[in-house]
Write a protein that binds this ligand. Structure first.
Ligand code: ZN
Length: 313
């Protein structure tokens, strides 16, 4: 239900038991589920012994203990659950994202911990739904942009490489972005036909890389920025949706991060897609976005190589 406001004084952000209870409500709406055999109901017992950690359940079928974080990005983390939930909310509520440095200052954790937290939470934003956008009588916009390549934070040497990003946006709907190796017609086609339904009407700029691809779609419109075509066609021919997506992505990148290493770029794109696809106009408020993030943590357990990587992202 959209419209609720987030109150950071909510105990789920400070009290680990409350945070765990919230996670259980979100991840187990039908009650505890054994992560190994999927059993629910009275085959599950809660362990309540004095020496038992809180939130531990046992499956009578496979006889293994588990808690709500098993099989999620939070598994085996030494960071308290309430900090996971708070960091998730901060990310879910920050339209232009937040840097690990800022998180470390706001939550009194080390920069390394903050960096790992945010990367794991970002991993949670990777969308399992890869169904193509659009369809008959729907418009999808596709465009490419470049991220990185600014030399201002480097004392010497050549500026870092620019990374190409392709985004497909369903007008009034969702976005799917991908870090692409180059922007040749072949590469763009491969990505666009998996992210956009070819029954859609495709809208791009006039770049020749889209000409042949456009014929595979039900229709293909191009935008000529120099000739005021937007006005000429009654507002139908435009790529403003994807352009405003890129504007926000760039504000997030250049406002918060000095340099995104290309190995991590896909995760920042997932974050941008996630926020766009859970925006207010689609009926999601900050609390819904938090819960969607927490649900996304499932099946995404990650181990990072420790941790000097942190210096480049
Ligand atoms: Zn089991």
């Amino acid at each position: 239900m959209a419209g609720k406001k987030v109150d950071l004084r909510n105990p789920i952000f400070h009290d680990d038991d409350a945070a765990r209870a919230h996670l259980e409500r979100v991840l187990w709406p039908q009650g505890p589920v054994c992560p190994r055999c999927g059993v629910i109901g009275d085959r599950i017992t809660k362990l309540q012994g004095k020496s038992t950690r809180p939130g531990v359940y046992k499956c009578k079928d496979c006889r293994k203990p588990f808690s709500v974080t098993v099989g999620t990005v939070m598994e085996r983390s030494h960071i308290p659950l309430s900090k996971w939930v708070l960091a998730s909310q901060l990310m879910a509520s920050s339209k232009k994202s937040m840097s690990a440095l800022q998180l470390s200052r706001m939550m009194d954790i080390s920069y390394q911990s903050a960096w790992f937290l945010f990367h794991r939470i970002r991993e949670s934003t990777i969308d399992a739904d890869s169904s193509p956008l659009g369809g008959e009588n729907e418009v999808v916009e596709a465009d490419e942009t470049y991220i990185g390549g600014k030399a201002r934070n480097k004392a010497y040497g050549p500026p870092p490489k620019k990374e190409a990003v392709l985004t497909v946006v369903h007008r009034d709907g969702e976005a799917r972005s991908k870090h692409v190796a180059n922007v040749t017609a072949k590469t763009l086609r491969e990505t666009i036909v998996t992210k956009a339904d070819r029954k859609s009407y495709l809208m791009t700029d006039e770049a020749p890389v889209y000409t042949k691809l456009g014929r595979e779609f039900n229709g293909h419109g191009t935008v000529n920025h120099s000739e005021g075509e937007y006005v000429k066609t009654g507002g139908f021919h435009h790529t403003n949706t994807v352009e405003s997506f890129f504007a926000l992505l760039k504000r997030a990148v250049y406002g918060q991060f000095h340099h995104i290493s290309d190995a991590h770029l896909f995760r920042y794109l997932a974050e941008a897609d996630f926020k766009y696809n859970h925006r207010i106009a689609l009926g999601f408020d900050d609390a819904d976005r938090l819960d969607a993030l927490l649900r996304g943590s499932k099946g995404k357990r990650l181990y990072y190589r420790q941790p000097n990587e942190a210096a480049n992202a």
